[in-house]
Design a protein around this ligand. Structure first.
Ligand SMILES: O=C(O)CCC(=O)C(=O)O
Ligand SMILES: [Fe+2]
Length: 359
């Protein structure tokens, strides 16, 4: 029998060479027209998403942001952040055109030749703030994830113009600038919900002093039921604002329950999720949520999360305003860079990262 393409990649060093070293990514693999998933991407049974078992259930909240200061809306935001940690917002202030532009820019970047994208890989990028990669941490994973990504950490416009790929930098900068307004509105409401009524400059910097946007690309996959686009994890940010396209495939767990709940794409909406940093700072009142994304047999999918986070040099822990009321801290103070290092030092493993900060 003639060898299949998957047979050619039976040898893991051949796969690494093609996908990682040459910068073809999983997109390159998918575009070879594979009919069988290479074994390196086959996840253990418990990590696969069995969508046929999917039972319809309470959908995640959809919040209309046009009256975000209204006490009823504010209450629904705080309730969603504590009961779900995940919600979608509509009628927010990010113009639809900005969202469309950043999606187009994502396709433009991933449409570049492998050798051009590869200039931004760990081996070739001149800065940690621009990083093209595939899977999550390939050398630490038992099975690879079916995903490529470009990660852009914001330092200044000047740096973005000097280092970010020109095919996407303006669109990502616009997306970040416009999303920042929404992040500030949400944080104002969420802090009020903790009786923290003023966000001064120091608090703003602690909550959202660093900003990163990822462009995620999940190419078509011959056996989506055997693999995963991005494995179970919670984000380590304060808040994540995520733009997804119309394909669908993002699943979340409510309250660490058993069932995975689909986050249906809604045109013009943004998905918001509480990250570990906010769970820690709110002393567990707001919950970061385990989530993952599946691969798709017939469509490529993109998503664009923006992570608003503390700065690496910040110490994070339950906010002093909460502890002053006599509340018992359940998290300790940790240096955020240690937390980040811990997250990026292992494969995705659900909400386990948080244990690093537990008292
Ligand atoms: O692609 C998605 O919908 C989710 C992506 C995600 O969770 C992440 O990049 O942290
Ligand atoms: Fe995530």
């Amino acid at each position: 029998m003639a060898p299949t393409l998957a047979d050619l990649f039976h040898d893991s060093s051949a796969l690494r060479e093609f996908v990682i070293n040459q910068g073809n990514g999983v997109k390159g693999l998918s575009e070879l027209g594979l009919t069988v998933l290479p074994k390196q991407y086959i996840q253990p049974l418990e990590e696969r998403t069995c969508i046929t078992n999917f039972v319809p259930q309470e959908p995640i909240p959809i919040i209309d942001m046009s009256k975000w200061e209204d006490p009823q809306v504010a209450k629904s935001i705080c309730d969603a952040a504590s009961k779900w940690g995940f919600f979608q917002i509509v009628n927010h202030d990010v113009p639809v055109q900005v969202l469309e532009n950043v999606k187009d820019a994502t396709y433009r970047f991933f449409g570049l030749p492998a050798e051009v994208k590869n200039k931004y890989s760990k081996e070739h990028s001149s800065s940690n703030n621009v990083r093209f990669s595939t899977s999550f941490i390939p050398h630490l994973e038992k099975a690879l994830e079916w995903k490529d990504k470009l990660s852009l950490s914001y330092v200044s416009e000047e740096e973005a113009y000097a280092l970010w790929p020109s095919v996407c930098r303006e669109q990502v900068l616009d997306y970040m600038k416009e999303s920042e307004v929404v992040i500030k509105q949400l944080l104002q409401v969420l802090m009020k919900g903790l009786n923290v009524n003023e966000i001064d400059d120091a608090k703003e910097s602690l909550l959202m002093g660093s900003m990163r946007t990822n462009l995620n690309y999940y190419p078509k996959c011959p056996n989506p039921e055997l693999t995963i686009g991005i494995g179970r994890h919670s984000d380590i940010s304060t808040l994540t604002i995520l733009l997804q396209d119309e394909i669908g495939g993002l699943f979340v767990k409510k309250n660490e329950g058993e069932n995975w709940i689909h986050v249906p794409p809604i045109k013009g909406s943004l998905v918001i999720n509480v990250g570990d940093a906010l769970e820690i700072m709110s002393n567990g009142r707001y919950r970061s949520v385990e989530h993952r994304a599946v691969a798709n047999r017939s469509n490529n999918r993109i998503s664009v999360p923006m992570f608003a986070s503390p700065r690496l040099v910040d110490m994070i822990g339950p906010l002093p305003e909460l502890i002053a009321t006599g509340e018992k801290p359940i998290y300790k103070q940790v240096l955020y860079s240690d937390y980040v290092k811990h997250f990026f030092g292992k494969a995705h493993d659900g909400k386990k990262t948080l244990e690093f900060a537990k008292l």
